[in-house]
Design a binder for this molecule. Sequence first.
Ligand SMILES: [Fe+2]
Length: 204
Amino acid sequence: MNATDIKAARTAAIGATFADVRAIEHTQGVTPAALEAIRARLMDLAGQEHLFPSAEFPPPPNGEKGSNRYLLIEAEGGRFAMYLNALNPGNETKPHDHTTWAVVVAVDGQELNKVYKRLDDGSDPDRCEIVLDHEVMVEPGRGICLMPDAIHSIHTTGTRPTRHIHMYGLALEKLDGRKAYMAETGEVVPYNKNFMKPSAEAKA
Ligand SMILES: [Fe+2]
């Protein structure tokens, strides 16, 4: 396939997946089982690596920190959005929430997800007590589902850049109440407000 054909095939595959994911949420609501069904559908898309070539979805140049986030598709008003995130090895985030559901699957590369359990009752908006609950290595063939209140941190511990597909119930730039949770100090602080806009356009 040439680049034009790949782009057309990618657009079609993304559109079909997006419609199916929306239908799953519409039918089942936001539940762990619904997110697992969404993950299965997204894994079908991510398994078509030829649709997401690294040349078109590169990470930041020269091994730089941060992510290139490519908007693949979003619904009107940002309700439902799908991105491709490309990160170099060596990145990590603080533990954070999303305030909407999230499912992440891998085209290529590894991202270690640490998922935390909250021990306090959340009654103090500025304080928390979190502990590590479990870890999931997101990589080809393995994704992660996160309910709106889930707290995770990511760590690109692999040797190659990631190309991971992220699907959210609401576009990231619409999320203004996200929080980071400091495991050591117990502080709860605003998370990543400045990084909510897609940072890159696909090269083709
Ligand atoms: Fe996250």
